[in-house]
Design a protein around this ligand. Structure first.
Ligand code: BGC
Length: 277
C-alpha cells in the first residue's frame, strides 16, 4: 500500500496562546487535528465519547509538547453533555478561540432496511451535534469579546464534513443527509456572524485512512478498488486534514469564511471522466 511521508513536521507556532476544542479527538482525523493544533501552539480540549484511554493518550502527547490539554467525555448529540463540555473548556483553559466540530459516525444500511434508530443516531451526532457545538462556540466567542493579541478573529469554527456533502452515497443515506446538512448549516452560520468576526468553514475529507472506513483500505483488493475513485492515487492520511484545519483556523486564512475546503485527492472531480466522456 502506498502512503505519503506525512509525519507531523515542526510547524510555526501560529496558534500560540489560543484555546481549541476538538470533538471526537480520541482517534482518526480528530486526533490528528488535536495534535496539529497543539504543534502549532494551541492548548486543546480533547473530547471523546467512549474511548477514554486513547483520548487521555492524546492529551498526554499534547502536554509533552508543552501545551495545556485535557480529555473530556461528552456525547455531542446530547445538549446537556455539550453544555458541560464547554463549561469544562472554560474551566480548564479559561476560554475558547477555536472549535473543530469533528465527531461523527456511520451506521450503514440499504435504504429500505434502514431503521429510524440508525437514521436518528447519525443525524444526532453528525448534524445536531455540530449544531449544538457551533451554537455554544458562538455564544462563548461573543461572551469573551475580541482579543486582537490572540487572533484577528473573534472566533474560528471548522466543521468536519465529507465529500458526501456533495457526492450522493447509496447505502449511506443517513450519513450523506447529515453531511449535506452540515454544508448549509455551516454557510448559514458563517453568513450570520461574519460581521462580528467569527469565521466558520468546513473541511471535506475524501477517503482518509481511519477506523471509520477500514474495510475500504485494509485489503489489497479493497485498496485497489478505492484508488479507482481517487485521481491522486493514494488514500489520504489524517495529517492531510490536520494541516488544512491548522491553516483555516490561523490568521493566514483571515478572509476565508463560509467555504468548504475539500481534501480528497480529487475524489469529487468525477474520476470516471478521467478517460472518456
Ligand atoms: C466516510 C468514509 C469514506 C469517505 C469517502 C467519508 O466521509 O466517512 O467512510 O471512505 O467519505 O467515500
Amino acid at each position: 500500500m502506498q502512503s505519503a511521508d506525512l509525519a507531523v513536521r515542526p510547524v510555526a507556532p501560529v496558534l500560540l496562546g489560543q484555546r481549541a476544542l476538538v470533538t471526537g479527538a480520541s482517534s482518526g482525523i480528530g486526533r490528528a487535528i488535536a495534535l496539529a493544533l497543539g504543534a502549532a501552539g494551541a492548548d486543546v480540549v480533547v473530547n471523546y465519547a467512549s474511548q477514554a484511554g486513547p483520548a487521555e493518550a492524546v492529551a498526554t502527547e499534547l502536554r509533552d509538547l508543552g501545551r495545556q490539554a485535557v480529555a473530556v467525555r461528552a456525547d455531542v448529540g446530547r445538549e446537556a453533555d455539550v453544555l458541560a463540555l464547554f463549561e469544562a473548556a472554560r474551566a480548564h483553559l479559561g476560554g475558547l478561540d477555536i472549535l473543530v466540530a469533528n465527531a461523527g459516525l456511520q451506521q450503514d444500511a440499504p435504504f429500505h432496511e434502514m431503521s429510524l434508530a440508525q437514521w436518528q443516531r447519525v443525524i444526532d451526532v453528525n448534524l445536531t451535534g455540530q449544531f449544538l457545538c457551533c451554537r455554544e462556540a458562538v455564544r462563548e466567542f461573543r461572551r469573551r469579546g475580541l482579543e486582537p493579541a490572540r487572533s484577528r478573529a473573534l472566533g474560528k469554527i471548522v466543521c468536519v464534513s465529507s465529500v458526501h456533502e456533495v457526492i450522493p452515497w447509496a447505502g449511506h443515506v443517513n450519513y450523506a443527509a447529515s453531511k449535506g446538512g452540515v454544508m448549509l448549516m455551516m454557510k448559514s452560520i458563517a453568513q450570520e456572524y461574519a460581521r462580528e468576526g467569527i469565521r466558520v468553514n468546513s473541511v471535506a475529507p475524501g477517503a482518509i485512512r481511519t477506523p471509520i472506513n477500514r474495510e475500504a483500505w485494509d485489503t489489497p483488493e479493497a485498496y485497489a478498488r478505492l484508488l479507482t475513485l481517487i485521481p491522486a492515487r493514494r488514500i489520504g492520511e489524517p495529517e492531510d486534514l490536520a494541516r488544512a484545519v491548522t491553516w483555516l483556523v490561523s490568521d493566514e486564512a483571515d478572509y476565508v469564511t463560509g467555504t468548504t475546503l475539500v481534501v480528497d485527492g480529487g475524489m469529487t472531480l468525477y474520476p470516471g471522466f478521467e478517460a472518456g466522456g
